[in-house]
Design a protein around this ligand. Structure first.
Ligand code: NAD
Length: 768
């Protein structure tokens, strides 16, 4: 059949997941079986979207090979083949943290998504088993062609089929993992190159063949043991013991291999993660070749994994890579392509045109954006929210563009009354995007409930502390009984801590994972439920029972690396600007007077998202500033340092921010305020943890914008233009008058109401 002109596809995109090894690396190259699981980072193939200036990606060898082979197959089976100019755009989502690739198999996902897009364009259902079989054989051939025969094909299998597979040279077979098994991935730092590790190993093996064979046999046996542990007939304890044993044996084999290769497979960081996991009764091993990269950890529950994450971050600054869901779905059609936050010239458009662009980019229906209209919150609805309501106050909502966080794009709704916040954050996000975007990870959503106990008898406080600590398990159980639904959702009480404040005051902390809720009411219930029991255990009198707003166990951490050239201004080159930003950061680190203003600039971005999403900004502010003083002196929440290259020239600017994010996507006004609900939809209905990271990213972007302006031309110039607009409006300017008057005010260099009145009069005179 001849090629037909491009026709619109009946779907928005086709996506395929990434992959991660669970066990059997190295041994699989020698004929043993390995286990690989699909993870929910995805490559999407879709048609170009003109508003984003997107271009197809034919220069990727994987796309080129996939197009060639799938077109051939379609032609051979009498299907219409999309015209050559109808090549898809490939967008990968989530494969990176900042500018670092996480080794999650993007090339296989890209190949599978491209093949899937062509099959779906021909009207075939890519999630049916028959079409997936066809897609698999084409994608395998294409992937192998693009990398000249190397690779096992397991990554292509998981990209097409999804789930978890066992594979060897003999073939690929889907398997299932037990529902209780929690799997997490920890970041062991930038990896050594897989190629060079394999080369050193090959060279070493040539000289000690027997030792090499023994190590490989050990890893192969470990993989077998792991697979046997997945048998659903096994009791959880037995199965988990077998998984621990399998990981230990696997690591033993890797240690032997690294002796042979004289190269680090188990780096110090990897050993730290494995050691901490084993100490906590979990099992861990590198995922992939080692030498850095990811370490996979197996646990009996998500809570056990979170506990380890807290320990590893606070003791060793090792982060749990954002929740990478395993057993992800394979090839599938998507209603729309993923968000692209790079919308050119949004600021130049009318409000209606901006809404159209936003609807197109996010898939939120245009009609839904009416929930950002001034009257969206009806006074009758407001009357149910607070007391003595007399009306509703409106605030501007803008969209922060250019954000990319953990390899995913976001268009960020921001509510703020201050000019320049949205523009500055979007502009900084663009510079950050050039360095790979934001890398972020979060503490688990743990909040603290406090029960104050006051001396009512003669028992010494040390004895009371011991008694309460002795009742830990019973107290945790009681706390969970207060919120059975929360436990079903994977949350619940995590720990009890007792603090001896003085001889008459003890405070008991209950750490509760509140999942997607901010948690104030949840925590207050827990505190009130435990108080009588604590009174009984201690003999002391409970007084206050309420959450703590110092959410220091629930911080979001984001970091960026901005290439120096992106920072250049008209007068200064990028390196000089980076240097000045570092100096500005040091000023804030040394001086609380400066740190307060520095943090105010961060909160410009953070609060704008907090308010847009209906979250509690008083809680956010209280928590952020208490966190800023946790070291004993008030300090900056974000810091900046230059990065130099081998020639000692400034190559980039690195920044990082940690901020407590006690925010939710359920509860409070997040669901009862129509504009907040819409804002969450624009963000793609994130989890609470994801929302916290987006807020942190908005904060770090705002900080970069402010420091760059301060370090170069000073803040006044840009600010004044925006301030002039507000003064012009206050003076009565309307429509096009606002811009014209603002410009005149800046030109005369006096942005004052009286001057604005006079100039407006002149303007109107002249306009007649
Ligand atoms: P909430 O009281 O509405 O509770 C959240 C509800 O959502 C719970 O009932 C929970 O079961 C349910 N839920 C549904 N899906 C969930 C999921 N995936 N994860 C978690 N819970 C889920 O809200 P909240 O978060 O407990 O309290 C927030 C409100 O409390 C805010 O409005 C805040 O202003 C207010 N508040 C704050 C303070 C303070 O900060 N000191 C004190 C009191 C009240």
């Amino acid at each position: 059949m001849s090629e037909s002109p491009a026709k619109p596809a009946p779907f928005g995109a086709v996506s395929a997941p990434g992959k991660s090894f669970l066990i059997g690396e190295y041994a699989v190259l020698e004929g043993h079986t390995a286990v690989v699981t699909a993870v929910d980072v995805r490559a999407h193939a879709h048609s170009p979207r003109p508003q984003h200036d997107e271009r197809p990606s034919p220069d990727s060898p994987f796309v080129a090979a996939a197009v060639e082979l799938v077109s051939g197959w379609l032609r051979g089976h009498d299907y219409e083949v999309p015209a050559p100019e109808a090549l898809p755009v490939i967008t990968t989502v989530g494969f990176t943290a900042g500018n670092r690739k996480l080794g999650l198999g993007s090339s296989a996902a890209v190949t599978a998504a491209t093949v899937g897009w062509y099959l779906a364009s021909a009207g075939l259902d890519v999630s049916s088993p028959e079409i997936r079989e066809i897609a698999l054989s084409i994608a395998r051939a294409a992937h192998s062609m693009a990398q000249e025969g190397r690779g096992s094909g397991a990554d292509v299998a998981t990209a097409v089929l999804g789930g978890t597979v066992r594979f060897s040279r003999e073939g690929i077979e889907p398997i299932t993992t037990p529902s209780w098994l929690a799997i997490g991935f920890f970041d062991a730092g930038a990896p050594a190159r897989t190629g060079s590790l394999l080369e050193s190993l090959e060279a070493g093996a040539a000289g000690s063949r027997e030792a090499y064979d023994a190590a490989i046999a050990g890893i192969g046996a470990a993989s077998q043991r792991f697979q046997a542990a997945l048998d659903p007939a096994l009791a959880m304890d037995d199965a988990f013991a077998a998984i621990q044993d399998a990981c230990r044996r696997h690591n033993e084999g890797l240690r032997q291999l690294q002796d042979i290769a004289s190269a680090h497979i188990l780096t110090a960081r990897i050993e730290t993660i494995i050691g901490a996991a084993e100490w906590a009764g979990l099992a861990a091993k590198p995922s992939g070749a080692g030498g850095g990269d990811l370490v996979v950890v197996f646990a009996r529950s998500g809570a056990a994994l979170d506990r380890l994450a807290v320990e590893l971050y606070h003791q060793h600054r090792v982060a749990l890579v954002r929740k990478l869901e395993t057993n992800a779905e394979g090839l599938r059609a998507e209603p729309r392509p993923p968000v692209n936050s790079r919308i050119k010239g949004l600021f130049k458009r009318s409000i209606d045109a901006r809404r159209e662009a936003l609807a197109l980019a996010t898939g939120v229906p245009l009609a839904r954006l009416a929930d950002a209209d001034a009257g969206a919150l009806a006074p009758e609805a407001a009357d149910h929210m607070i007391e003595n309501v007399i009306g509703v106050m409106s605030m501007p909502m803008g969209i922060g563009t250019n954000f990319t966080l953990n390899g995913r794009d976001y268009l960020v709704p921001m509510c703020v009354e201050e000019a320049s916040v949205v523009a500055a954050a979007s502009n900084a996000a663009k510079m950050i995007r050039a360095g790979g975007g934001f890398a972020g990870f979060s503490d688990p959503p743990w909040m603290i409930a406090q029960v104050q106990l006051v001396r009512d008898d003669r028992s010494p406080s040390a004895e009371i502390v011991a008694r309460i600590e002795g009742a830990r398990d019973r107290l945790l159980e009681l706390a969970d009984e207060a919120h059975p639904r929360l436990v079903e959702r994977g949350g619940g009480a995590r720990d009890i801590e007792v603090r001896n404040l003085d001889v008459d005051n003890i405070v008991v902390h209950v750490l509760v994972d509140c999942r997607d809720a901010m948690g104030a009411n949840l925590l207050n219930t827990v505190a009130e439920t435990l108080a009588p029991e604590l009174a009984q255990i201690s003999g002391w009198r409970p007084v206050l029972r309420i959450l703590s707003n110092l959410a220091d166990r629930r911080a979001s951490h984001v970091s960026v690396r901005v290439p120096a050239h992106m920072l250049a201004s008209k007068q200064l080159d990028g390196g000089d600007v980076a240097q000045r930003i570092e100096e500005a950061s040091r000023f804030a680190e040394l001086d609380p007077y400066r740190a307060t203003t520095h943090n105010k600039g961060i909160m410009n971005g953070v609060d704008a998202v907090v308010i847009a999403t209906g979250n509690d900004w008083r809680a956010m502010e209280a928590s952020a500033h208490a966190y800023a003083v946790r070291g004993g002196r008030y300090g900056p929440l974000a810091t900046w340092r230059v990065e130099r290259d081998a020639d000692d020239a400034i190559a980039a600017l690195r920044g990082k921010l940690s901020i407590p994010t006690a925010v939710g996507v359920v509860g409070g006004a997040t669901r009862s305020h129509p504009t907040a609900r819409m804002a969450l939809e624009i963000l793609g209905n994130p989890s609470g943890v994801e929302l916290g990271l987006i807020m942190a990213a908005a904060g770090l972007a705002s900080n970069l914008a402010a420091l760059r302006a301060l370090a170069t031309e000073g803040i006044q110039r840009g600010h004044m233009t925006l301030h002039a607009r507000a003064v012009a409006m206050a003076a009565g300017a309307r429509g096009a008058e606002v811009e014209a008057l603002a410009r005149r005010l800046v030109d005369v260099g006096e942005i004052k109401p009286e001057r604005a009145q006079a100039l407006l009069g002149e303007l109107r005179e002249g306009g007649r």
